[in-house]
Design a protein around this ligand. Structure first.
Ligand SMILES: [Mg+2]
Length: 273
């Protein structure tokens, strides 16, 4: 730690692989949610499929403390906000789960005939016709291609078995290939989702800590914009795995949330005394 750097005061928390896998909470997630409840925090997820109240309900169904939905920021929300800032009253054509469409309709208008933006998120539904509409909006009308998140796969559990589903990065690829344009990506490791979460927290970026399970997204992206970083090895990156070459190492590298709470106790003292 350098003296010039402010100590972390607020926490951003990735969800999948940190708090749960599929519908299964990680063993120390309950204690962690209690620990973090009285400290400045926001949950950030690249997953655009569920809206914050649904995510909060999902945690409650797992037997965990239900977070206030206002403390959850999804890549779909960040996308909607970014589009509204780029072009107030924007028109969009979206491919992805109903939750993404609902989020975009909060600030924009769905208009497959004259969209300003082709927005690609996760979820079922991408077909030949949608690809055709999106490609022509980009090529003929100059619509901008936007992806909620860059993940090429997403971990899921189906019939009790782990399964990889196509992620936003995979689903946006055919649009990019057909048009030759580079998509604007909102989710981690790009800065926009972090920046909106930090704005919501109201702390300087260098006083914010990102907790995540992926070196290439959670940690690399947070490090790039000057945040503190903590990796928990309960998700994509297991204990014992060698650090991937070329990626910044986190400030804390711990096996699980219990170990993380132990090291952070002195950094974030109990605000209730
Ligand atoms: Mg994760």
């Amino acid at each position: 730690m350098t003296n010039a750097r402010p100590t972390p005061r607020a926490i951003l928390i990735d969800m999948d692989g940190v708090l749960y896998h599929g519908d299964q909470p990680l063993p120390d997630a309950g204690a962690f949610l209690e620990w973090v409840a009285n400290r400045p925090h926001v949950f950030v997820t690249n997953n655009p499929i569920r809206r914050p109240p649904d995510i909060a309900d999902r945690l409650a169904r797992m037997g965990l403390r239900r977070p206030d939905p206002s403390r959850i920021l999804t890549s779909a929300q960040a996308t909607a906000r970014w589009l509204a800032r780029s072009r107030p009253g924007f028109r969009f054509f979206a491919v992805g789960a109903p939750g993404l469409h609902a989020e975009l309709r909060e600030t924009g208008h769905e208009d497959p005939a004259a969209a300003d933006f082709v927005v690609v998120g996760e979820g079922p539904g991408l077909d030949y016709e949608q690809l055709t509409i999106g490609i022509n909006l980009i090529l003929e009308r100059g619509a901008r291609l936007v992806a909620t998140n860059p993940d090429v796969t997403v971990d899921a559990v189906r019939d009790g078995r782990r399964l990889a589903l196509p992620g936003g990065g995979a689903l946006v690829a055919p649009f990019a290939a057909a048009t030759g344009v580079t998509p604007t990506i909102i989710g981690k490791p790009e800065p926009l989702l972090y920046e909106m979460a930090i704005e919501r927290l109201g702390y300087p970026v260098r006083a914010c800590l990102m907790i995540g399970d992926r070196p290439d997204t959670d940690i690399a992206g947070a490090e790039r914009i000057g945040m503190w970083t903590a990796l928990v090895r309960t998700g994509r990156f297991p204990p014992g795995a060698a650090w991937p070459g070329g990626l910044p190492t986190p400030d804390w590298d711990v096996p699980n949330l219990t170990a993380l709470m132990a090291v952070l106790e002195s950094v974030f003292p109990d605000p209730t005394g």
